[in-house]
Write a protein that binds this ligand. Structure first.
Ligand SMILES: [Zn+2]
Length: 275
């Protein structure tokens, strides 16, 4: 049986100021009937993940509307100073005045790896022209993007393989991670890895225990693309216990190399290349 690396790197954690967390948990309940089981604020999230064996954490937050990214990012800078081994995908909204100036300033911070775009919630297309200057900046500065651009848990016109492919046609070198292995269009998003060398996929929410459905294409893709997959938990916004996805992945009996790379080495190499 394979082992986990001694310290896990979690590439998909969420940390928000307390009041925003409260609002997000309420909205999950209202929109998805999801009862978030770990309703912990940021200090407790970090402590609990550390106790569970997570070393480096990469967290994100996002601006669900214009006007809040700047405040969120001030908070990000503050908590990055409070903790070691913490990295961030910062918030961005293209309608904010001076959005790009803010982005430029933030990328000077080595612990800010880039930006999170949550297209399902932010309600714009990934190929929206207003984002092009941001993409150009991220590419020029050798930083990275984290996209929620899949159709899980629900879709809208802004998410899915097709709109995302339009961005890659224009920016084939886009350095980005697609959250949730691109759920629900797994095969399509795995297929992109062949053509676009800057892309990674993360595992968050794909290996939940029944009755939830998740990744269903078996071991083949996981082994083939193990150098391009990053473990992510989505902690604390979980609907099943934190360890369930790790146990499910272990039970798939993949190669030891898979667990070493996905739970540690790929994340470490990517962070080193960005900082
Ligand atoms: Zn997430």
């Amino acid at each position: 049986m394979a082992r986990m690396p001694e310290k896990i790197i979690d590439f998909h954690v969420h940390l928000f100021p307390d009041k925003l967390f409260d609002a997000i948990w309420k909205s999950f309940l209202k929109h998805y009937h999801w009862n978030i089981i770990h309703q912990y604020y940021y200090q407790e999230c970090i402590e609990r993940l550390r106790q569970a064996g997570v070393g480096v954490m990469v967290y994100s937050n996002y601006a669900h509307r214009a006007g809040i990214a700047e405040g969120l990012n001030a908070w990000n800078i503050k908590i990055l100073q409070e903790y070691d081994d913490l990295y961030c995908f910062a918030a961005y909204h293209p309608d904010d005045e001076h959005a790009l100036d803010m982005a430029r300033r933030l990328l000077e911070n080595p612990r800010i790896l880039g930006f999170k775009l949550q297209l399902l919630v932010q309600n714009f297309y990934p190929f929206d022209e207003r984002l092009f200057p941001l993409y150009e900046l991220v590419i020029r500065k050798n930083k990275h993007l984290l996209f929620h651009t899949g159709t899980g848990p629900v879709g809208n016109q802004y998410v899915g393989l097709e709109p995302f492919m339009k961005v890659l046609e224009k920016f084939p070198e886009l350095p980005a991670t697609v959250a949730h292995l691109g759920a629900h269009e797994y095969a399509g998003f795995f297929g992109l890895l062949e053509r676009y060398p800057g892309l990674y996929l993360d595992t968050a929410f794909c290996f939940l225990p029944p009755p939830y459905e998740g990744y269903n294409l078996g071991a083949g893709y996981l082994e083939k693309y193990k150098s391009r997959i990053l473990y992510g938990s989505d902690y604390p916004n979980l609907i099943t216990p934190w360890e369930a996805e790790i146990e499910n992945l272990l039970q798939m009996n993949l190669s030891q190399e898979f667990y070493d790379k996905v739970f540690h080495d790929n994340g470490m190499a990517l962070i080193r290349s960005l900082t």
